[in-house]
Design a binder for this molecule. Sequence first.
Ligand code: GDP
Ligand code: MN
Length: 402
Amino acid sequence: MAGAVGNLYLHPQIRRQNLKLHEYQSKQIFARYGIPIPSGDVATTPAEARAIAERLGKTVVIKSQVLVGGRGKAGGIKLAKTPAEAEAVAGQILGMDIKGLTVNKVLVDEAADIKSEIYLGAVLDRAARKIAIMASSEGGVEIEVVAAETPEKIITVHAHPFLGLPDYQARNLAYGIGLPKEHVSAFVKIAQGLFRAFVETDANLAEINPLIINGAGQLEAVDGKIVLDDSALFRHADLAELRDPQEEDESERQAREAGLSFINLDGEIGCMVNGAGLAMTTMDIVNLFGSSPANFLDIGGGAQADKVATALRIILSDERVNAVLINIFGGITRCDEVAKGLLEALAQLNTDVPFVVRLVGTNEEEGRQILAESEFDVTPATSLADAAQKAVAAAKKKGEAA
Ligand code: GDP
Ligand code: MN
């Protein structure tokens, strides 16, 4: 099971399942690995922001804590020279909407005196089976933009997760981005700290953007981002608690709580399948017949009727779904249980979305019988290709009718 879930990441349509940490959480982790960060604290009210600014006793920067990039450009990062100003600015930023997310927290940091901005990031490179550590002299800009416009300005080294990031590789990054000599040893320590933070938290991504050189000639992580691998959270109870429920996709949260592997996608065919491999195959064949899946969903082995019903509710809560394709290979999962769950859900949901069902394996006859006798419009299918074709046709018809 764990292996199959790991393979999901390789499927082109599936976003990685992950837990994004806020800037302040990421920077606190970085600090534990010896990476210098500005002093500061988190506030949820303007009065708290003022108190933090008073304690810091200098110009502060008030930073919205929402899980998107480009907060600066969106007006979610502002300087404040006095505690009174900090209170006022925090009042503006708290409650603000940034790319659809409401700001509930601000980070109040000592303002940085920025002389130059560097990018430094670690990302899992599955193809290389190593960790790619990337640096660029063009920090402060989104790295995707640098990669698209001036790819030669990104220097990459690959390090083995068990061997660590050796000094020479970290120095190669520093030389590659033209970092002045006097900063190289500090940079090496930061890169190695970032690498260790990445490995020890089981991250998919750990990024400092920008890593700045300040007026005093020191390097400092002004922004931080860590994305953790959901599949490894069982060994990081402390980190799992950092999940921000407000910013998790609602249907993905419900699915996680029900013990379903679910990922929202952009297409129109809702898929309910057992087994990650079969789910991916189902998605591929839906594409093959000219449509696209609305989700990835693995109901797991031995799913009971109530779990099936929950899964369907989640699928149907997506308004873009024009047809549902149910593809169950009964082994431990019994087809009659799936059929019962389906009817249970249909009775409650009052939906006009067409269903195509392929049930094979354990108790398939009983399962088909249950569906055939029901009052609902459920189209049976024999093979996977037959099911996909029928679902694509039904979705097309529903899409045109709408
Ligand atoms: P992002 O826009 O969400 O990536 O947020 P960042 O924390 O990276 O901030 C965006 C930009 O705002 C940085 O690249 C800096 O140019 C600027 N910035 C952030 N913090 C400070 C600060 O303390 N002082 C100054 N002068 N600029 C800052
Ligand atoms: Mn940034």
